[in-house]
Design a protein around this ligand. Structure first.
Ligand code: NHR
Ligand code: GAR
Length: 202
């Protein structure tokens, strides 16, 4: 069995899409994987309610309760590592997680830490991607699933999806169009990662 730990900060629609894909595509039977826990740095994150309703373990670690970024990341890493299994380290999936992670954290989960970013990387790293794409006059926007490295939004690209930017788009209408594609490509990227892991460790 391989545990998947999903980190969120808000709505959790990408997390919910992954939970639903795991169910629909029988990730347990096919890859020996399950969504074991959903963790948030915000107690009020809406996604936590959905996770609980699915019987998934949840945890809240409020970054404001820690003296430093290093201390928060160390505590978070320890909570995640509780889901490592012998020979099967947990897969750590950032899904709308809004805290930059320290190099020490990234190093500890290297190769098994993924993020979804709402732009066509390497364009528009960082925040407010939709507004910036509109202001730049982009005709297309999109989303990227990538492995996380210490450099923000720069890890190897696993999947991308493209959507048009329409003349009357606002950041919100563009974000909604991108989000529907995020749900598809994140599930596909994680299924592929699990599939390759199954092949690598028979
Ligand atoms: N950490 C590392 N090391 N590398 C990445 O690629 C990461 C990461 C942590 C999160 C998601 C990310 C995104 O896809 C992500 C990728 C938060 C911020 C940010 O500035 C930037 C990028 C991303 C997530 N956060 C502020 C901070 O001080 C807080 C903002 C807030 O709380 O609203 O951490 O875009
Ligand atoms: C998604 O669009 C995700 O790509 C983005 O936040 C949204 C979260 O939605 N992530 C970032 O901007 C990371 N900095 P969700 O909580 O409904 O999945």
């Amino acid at each position: 069995m391989k545990n998947i730990v999903i980190l969120i900060s808000g709505g959790g629609s990408n997390m919910a899409a992954l939970v639903r894909a795991a169910e629909r595509e029988q990730w347990g039977k096919r890859y020996g994987a399950r969504v074991a826990a959903v963790m948030s740095n915000k107690a009020e994150a809406k996604g936590l309610e959905f996770a609980r309703s699915q019987g998934i373990a949840t945890a809240v670690l409020d970054h404001k309760a820690y003296a430093s970024r290093d201390a928060f990341d160390a505590a978070l890493a320890d909570r995640i590592s509780a889901y490592d299994l012998p020979g099967a380290p947990a897969l750590v999936v950032l899904a709308g997680f809004m805290r930059i992670l320290t190099p020490a954290f990234v190093e500890r989960f290297a190769g098994r830490l993924t993020n979804i970013h709402p732009s066509l990387l390497p364009a528009f790293t960082g925040l407010h991607t939709h507004q910036r794409a509109i202001e730049a006059g982009c005709k297309f926007a999109g989303a990227t699933v990538h492995l996380v490295t210490a450099e923000l939004d720069h890890g190897p690209i696993l999947e991308q999806a493209v959507v048009p930017v329409l003349a009357d788009d606002t950041a919100d209408t563009l974000a909604a169009r991108v989000l529907t594609q995020e749900h598809l490509i994140y599930a596909r990227a994680i299924a592929r990662l699990l599939q390759s892991a199954v092949g690598a460790h028979p």
